[in-house]
Design a protein around this ligand. Structure first.
Ligand SMILES: CC(C)(COP(=O)(O)OP(=O)(O)OC[C@H]1O[C@@H](n2cnc3c(N)ncnc32)[C@H](O)[C@@H]1OP(=O)(O)O)[C@@H](O)C(=O)NCCC(=O)NCCS
Length: 173
């Protein structure tokens, strides 16, 4: 007998801290997201037009926003491509860093990817982005490949990381 069993990884992201809330991104967030991008990614920030296009790409694209009493504290997003979901972005406002919100957002992406049936979560990150690399590695991502000189200015290498969300046990034929 031949059988394939998919065992879903346990994905239970920590609850959002008191005073914060996780929700789907809305059209009304676009201006605030574009403003935050300009601060966080000065070399390749997504403009308001880029955000409109990203949100128009739903449901394949999937963006989540974390708010606190002062507005958007962080955001993250996915592209659901079937077996693989790609992390499009993860970002936390500078005023909110170091408090576990990046880990929370990544956990939410993982939960959403599992919910769409993905077996793997993949992403690309600048090789010199120590904070992001530490976050991803602590969350179980492993390095798959290196794209030399991918990011400009620099050039800076891109690391391609992957996290497996499920394990497949294939029975004997
Ligand atoms: C990367 C980023 C999302 C992390 O957000 P954060 O809320 O500060 O991260 P957390 O508090 O959840 O930290 C989770 C883990 O990440 C690592 N980490 C976070 N910031 C770090 C830093 N400055 N230096 C080293 N490790 C860091 C730690 O391992 C930490 O785990 P620990 O607390 O158990 O040690 C945030 O720094 C950010 O928005 N950076 C700019 C945008 C960006 O580069 N995004 C990634 C694009 S690929």
């Amino acid at each position: 007998m031949t059988g394939t069993t998919a065992v879903r990884a346990a994905v239970n992201p920590a609850p959002a801290p008191a005073g914060t809330a996780l929700r789907d991104a809305r059209w009304s967030d676009v201006e605030a997201l574009a403003a935050l991008e300009g601060d966080l990614f000065p070399d390749d920030a997504w403009s308001a037009a880029s955000w409109w296009a990203e949100l128009a790409g739903r449901p394949r694209r999937d963006y989540v926003v974390l708010t606190d009493g002062r507005g958007i504290a962080g955001y993250a997003g996915l592209d659901h491509g079937g077996e693989v979901s790609d992390v499009m972005t993860v970002a936390v406002a500078p005023r909110c860093r170091g408090g576990g919100l990046g880990r929370l957002l990544l956990g939410e992406l993982e939960r959403r990817a599992c919910g769409r049936g993905a077996a793997h979560l993949m992403l690309e990150v600048r090789a010199d982005n120590e904070a992001a690399l530490a976050l991803y590695r602590r969350s179980g991502f492993v390095e798959l490949a290196r794209r030399r000189g991918y990011y400009r200015p620099g050039p800076v290498d891109a690391l391609v990381l992957r996290k497996t969300l499920s394990t497949n046990g294939v029975g004997d034929g």
